[in-house]
Design a protein around this ligand. Structure first.
Ligand SMILES: [Cu+2]
Length: 166
């Protein structure tokens, strides 16, 4: 009897991962920009119950939005565009300075601390179901407190972030 019940529960969980719109967005934030700086970066933490991928981000604050990743090349951090960001089932994926980020290109105006940056995320779930999510990124000097926070950049204004040098 017990085993039969467990199997039914497992089936319910599997079904849930297919049908539920189950991606959580947390810790959405963006970096402030200098007046002459045309690009900014925004970050979120995404946790998907089932395997999925972030395929697109849009925002009214910039003319173009891209997904970027950072790689080390010849001892330098370099960023490049990626078509999608994998979201493995059950694992929080945290975008952050020095890592994957949402690149806001051609900002309509500088981002100031306290500003709100609406983000519209398109997530493709396993089985090619598409999910649209909205997040509100608050512009801040540093990442919102959370277990995933990296400790880089303290007191040196994010030395790893190449966007400041553009
Ligand atoms: Cu970038």
């Amino acid at each position: 009897m017990q085993a039969k019940w467990l199997m039914a529960a497992a089936a319910a969980v599997l079904a849930g991962s297919v049908y539920a719109a189950d991606v959580q967005v947390s810790n959405a934030w963006a970096r402030p920009t200098m007046p002459a700086q045309p690009v900014g970066a925004a970050y979120v933490t995404l946790t998907s119950a089932g395997n999925a991928e972030l395929v697109k981000v849009a925002s009214p604050v910039a003319k173009k939005v891209e997904l970027h990743t950072m790689t080390m090349k010849d001892g330098m951090m370099e960023m490049r565009e990626i078509a999608s960001l994998p979201l493995p089932a059950g694992k929080p994926v945290t975008l952050m300075p020095g890592g994957n980020h949402i690149m806001l290109i051609d900002l309509n105006k500088p981002l100031r601390v306290g500003d709100h940056v609406p983000l519209h995320l398109t997530i493709k779930q396993a089985g090619s179901k598409q999910l649209e999510l909205d997040a509100d990124a608050v512009v801040s000097d540093k990442a919102p407190a959370g277990p995933m926070q990296m400790d880089h950049g303290h007191g040196m204004d994010g030395g790893m972030d190449p966007h400041m040098k553009m």
